[in-house]
Design a protein around this ligand. Structure first.
Ligand code: MRU
Length: 329
């Protein structure tokens, strides 16, 4: 399997090759690939790689456990693994390898289709705003919920790509997204590649932009949305939601169904990944603080559902209170 090595962007577009499930698990853990939907699809390919060497159910369960342990917050990972195991359970040992390979393609295709429909749900918002305002529409996003985090188009960026394709003048405020800089390194790279107007800002600029009328609409992605609409996304997302509420700016969360966790009642039940302190302490190869200083590095935060104006889903725009009823079973 060949993947884009996202750790090397924006400076180099390089690819990594995975031959085994251990390669896939390492590549998800070290963020060669990242972004909730892509993690799910990558895990499915990891299961197909596992089946190349052993198609017994025991071996496939062990492979799923290995992959599941890589990243805890994005529910797409567990969702994809459960679906792969469902496929395997229905078949004989001899049929499992081909079936899992084909199933990984099905999940990738499903993601493309769902991102397209998410885009259509958000395009209306941008179009309406362009018509009302008669000027460039200002969208704010956070982290990378673009095509690199998915297979095509992305979740939060999909409406922007479709608006741009339709000739609507749209500009995106991209926050750096410390400490891994997914905004600066990935979202900005994608938007530049697509020729879409964008400006990079430090994460702490969001309040200033939102309360000074410089943003029409916030659209972010999600790593897990609980049944009540509480939303886990990249750390810093909730601060944008709070500032958007103060400023009266609509705050939308874009997600495929694989990100919606009906079994998780609320945000307090979402496991939040805590990453290595060195991601915070070391910048450009050197320490940013004194040697004795320690850091904490939560990868995600939870935005309470009441701060979400609506969800952009493959089934259209949905209010937080209606998500559980709208989700496919
Ligand atoms: O830690 P990452 O880079 O895997 O974080 C995931 C994300 O990119 C974001 O939180 C994103 O908004 C959700 S993925 C569409």
């Amino acid at each position: 399997m060949v993947v884009i090595d996202q750790r090397r962007l924006p400076h180099a577009l390089l690819h990594a090759r995975w031959y085994t499930v251990a390669n896939a698990a390492a590549g998800i853990a070290d963020m060669t690939v990242r972004g909730a939907p892509l993690i799910g699809v990558s895990a499915a390919y990891g299961m197909a790689l596992a089946a190349r060497s052993d198609t017994s159910l025991g071996a496939l369960h062990r492979a799923a456990d290995l992959l599941a342990a890589t990243r805890p917050t994005a529910v797409n990972l567990r969702w994809a693994l459960e679906r792969c195991l469902d496929v395997a359970r229905e078949l004989n040992d001899s049929d499992r390898e081909a079936a899992l390979r084909a199933f990984a393609v099905v999940l990738a295709d499903e993601d493309v289709d769902q991102c397209r429909r998410i885009g259509a749900a958000g395009l209306d918002l941008i179009r309406e705003r362009a018509q009302q305002a008669g000027r460039q529409v200002q969208v704010m996003t956070h982290c990378n919920a673009g095509r690199l985090a998915c297979i095509e188009l992305g979740t939060a960026t999909s409406p922007v790509y479709l608006a741009h394709a339709e000739g609507i003048d749209v500009h995106v405020w991209v926050s750096e997204t410390r400490p891994r800089n997914q905004g600066a390194a990935l979202t900005a790279w994608e938007l530049a590649d697509a020729g879409i107007a964008h400006t990079l800002v430090v994460d702490n600029a969001a309040g200033h932009l939102l309360t000074n009328g410089l943003v029409d609409l916030v659209i972010v992605g999600a790593d897990r949305v609980a049944a009540n609409g509480d939303t886990a996304n990249k750390i810093g997302t909730s601060l944008k939601a709070y500032a958007a509420a103060v400023a009266g700016v609509p705050f939308y969360v874009a997600l495929p169904w694989s990100t919606f966790d009906l079994g998780c009642p609320d945000g307090a039940s979402i496991p939040i990944e805590e990453r290595d302190e060195d991601e915070v302490l070391i910048v450009n190869g050197g320490p940013v603080g004194p040697p004795a200083t320690r850091a904490r590095n939560w990868g995600f935060d939870v935005t309470p559902a009441r701060f979400v104006t609506g969800f952009l889903t493959p089934a259209g725009r949905i209010a937080p209170t209606d998500m559980a009823a709208a989700a496919p079973r």
